[in-house]
Design a protein around this ligand. Structure first.
Ligand code: ATP
Length: 579
């Protein structure tokens, strides 16, 4: 538990002293909770010896009343500190993890299971709130109680004191065994929970496909099997640890029974006083209470340790090395020099020694067969990944040399699968420029052809979208994301046009929106519309084997590149081809 507290303090150093203070309050509270029992012994002693006077009765009851008062005071101090510390701990760790995730290469994030990260940040972290407000204070109390009471008990009768404390060294190894069983089980449980979370995400997100292909029964069976496995792991966790937990509690209970017998033996043999016997009967019960609570403390702490292990593993992942150039370069021209890239060490090369330049304030369309690496080129410009060889640069500065803030300030991205955050339409447009005035947001929306449909919504720009909010069509979402890019006013725009599935009216509005975007910027786009391709300043044709087939304007390429001519013709014929 102490180690766990050190690890938590290292994760959130600002809360370390508050966590210690909360534990201190809990120990003092526990002490004053036990103090009335001590007073009661003296009270009973006087009563039995017929030496109780009214004066003494006032003193005893006064002492008990003061104990209760102080217990209440420390209970309040503890509660008002420990509960906020618990939630603050959770919040700060979430912020830290979120911040760290932002700095990691996308290769890490794509490798990592969405269910794992979701389970870790949402559910598992909640377990940590129990450490400062429950587990640690109870642990400290359980440790402090025998230490505080031992001298007192030894003073009254050393034989009974030994007898009272005897079960503790036998019970603690039992607890250790229980802890080991819990540790193993919690790790298995945590892995199984990740699988369940991933399955829930996939099942819910893929519901359209599942229904469309009439796979509901089959997919649900797979999901139900995972749930039943999770249940089995949970039960085995309980069954494995339970014998040790019961053994631990039974040993402590036996200790009290032995104390009772031994006390009676000594008292009846005249070897100890009634006072000592009574004292041990009353205090013996109190002595074991906090120690017994260690069982549930260990259960919580094991679950928290598994969470902290996973958190530390995530926090130890190395961020993308951050560059030092914080200034925008003079030009927004983009250059690829001998760039080779693959997604993983055992994946094939997507790009092989690719070189090209994109002059500033021009529109460059990237075309090529599916899987040729069009999106990959956009991702390398935004430095979601670093290439294994070669350099990607903006204005002559390699993208890896910019600070991430400087790099992202230069780039606006409009992707096909637009992500709108929970919040109002206004907030979504102002996402990249949170200080933007309302008039700028509305102007950007007008240029992106979304002002009309937004104004037609009952709550206009204040309409909530995202989960639990209004739903927008694919074309509307893309126009909102174009408005976001217009407002951000970055010199480079990376754009993956919405696919041809958009209806003609939406298509012409998206085209208008894109026209509003491209005027003064360097635009690199994956084009799906014929008009965008033909009007581009240059077109880069990827050959689908990791290289570039040709670079030129639409007219030049129709003459020079058979691949481009073929792609163009099939696009015109079927409109199903992705350029
Ligand atoms: P499309 O037109 O079908 O969208 P594209 O030309 O944009 O294709 P990319 O998305 O750049 O192609 O993908 C190029 C190759 O890299 C493909 O073979 C793809 O399977 C692979 N790939 C893409 N993203 C990843 C990823 N995150 N991890 C591993 N491989 C990936």
């Amino acid at each position: 538990m102490i180690k766990l507290m050190y690890r938590l303090s290292a994760l959130v150093p600002s809360l370390a002293s508050a966590m210690k203070a909360a534990a201190f309050y809990k120990v003092v509270e526990t002490f004053f909770m036990g103090a009335p029992y001590g007073v009661l012994i003296f009270f009973l002693d006087d009563l039995l010896a017929r030496t109780l006077t009214m004066e003494k009765a006032w003193i005893y009851t006064g002492a008990i009343a003061v104990s209760y008062l102080l217990q209440g005071l420390f209970c309040r101090l503890f509660t008002t500190l420990a509960y906020p510390v618990g939630t603050e701990l959770c919040e700060q760790v979430r912020i830290k993890v979120g911040d760290h995730l932002r700095t990691l290469p996308m290769s890490y994030l794509s490798r990592r299971n969405a269910g794992d990260t979701t389970a870790l940040i949402s559910d598992d972290l909640v377990m940590l709130t129990l450490i400062p407000r429950m587990a640690f204070p109870q642990f400290v109390s359980a440790m402090a109680m025998p230490l505080v009471m031992a001298p007192f008990l030894f003073y009254i009768d050393w034989r009974l004191a030994l007898c009272a404390l005897l079960p503790v060294p036998f019970a603690l190894p039992m607890l250790r065994k229980c802890q080991q069983a819990l540790s193993y089980g919690m790790r298995r449980r945590s892995l199984a929970l990740v699988e369940v979370s991933s399955a829930v995400i996939q099942y819910v997100q893929g519901m359209e496909v599942v229904k469309g292909f009439k796979l509901a029964g089959e997919r649900f069976r797979a999901f139900a099997e995972l749930l039943s496995r999770f249940k089995r792991i949970n039960l085995s966790l309980v069954f494995r640890s339970m014998p040790f937990m019961l053994g631990f509690q039974a040993l402590l209970d036996c200790g009290f029974v032995v104390l009772l017998l031994y006390g009676a033996y000594l008292f009846l043999g005249g070897q100890t006083s009634l006072f000592a016997f009574l004292a041990f009967l009353v205090l013996g019960l109190r002595l074991y209470e906090p120690i017994k609570a260690l069982g549930s403390v260990y259960e919580v702490s094991q679950a928290a340790e598994v969470t902290v292990d996973r958190l530390e593993a995530l926090m130890n992942e190395k961020p993308l090395p951050e560059g030092a150039v914080a200034k925008r370069p003079a030009s927004s021209a983009i250059a690829f020099e001998n760039v080779s890239f693959r997604y993983g060490s055992d994946s094939p090369d997507v790009l092989k020694q690719v070189s090209f330049t994109i002059p500033e304030k021009t529109v460059t369309a990237i075309v090529g067969p599916s899987g040729a690496g069009k999106s990959t080129i956009l991702r390398l410009i935004a430095r979601f990944w670093d290439p294994q060889a070669g350099t990607v640069s903006i204005g002559g500065v390699p993208v890896s040399q910019f600070t991430s803030d400087a790099l992202h300030a230069q780039i606006s991205m409009v992707f096909q699968d637009v992500y709108l955050f929970q919040g109002t339409i206004f907030e979504n447009i102002a996402f990249g420029a949170p200080m933007a005035a309302r008039v700028s947001v509305v102007n950007a929306a007008r240029t992106a052809c979304c002002h009309d449909f937004i104004s037609a919504l009952p709550e206009g720009y204040e309409t909530r979208i995202g989960e639990g909010g209004a739903t927008l069509s694919g074309g509307e979402k893309q126009r909102v994301s174009i408005a976001r890019a217009i407002l951000k006013d970055a010199p480079i725009v990376l754009l993956d046009e919405a696919t041809a599935s958009v209806d003609p009216e939406n298509e012409s509005q998206i085209q208008q929106a894109i026209n509003g975007l491209v005027k003064t910027r360097t635009v690199v786009l994956i084009a799906h519309r014929l008009s965008t391709v033909t009007s581009a300043d240059q077109i880069i044709v990827l050959d689908g084997r990791g290289g570039i087939d040709a670079v030129g304007t639409h007219r030049e390429l129709l003459e020079r590149s058979p691949l481009y001519a073929r792609l163009w013709n099939s696009r015109q014929e079927a409109l199903g081809w992705r350029m």
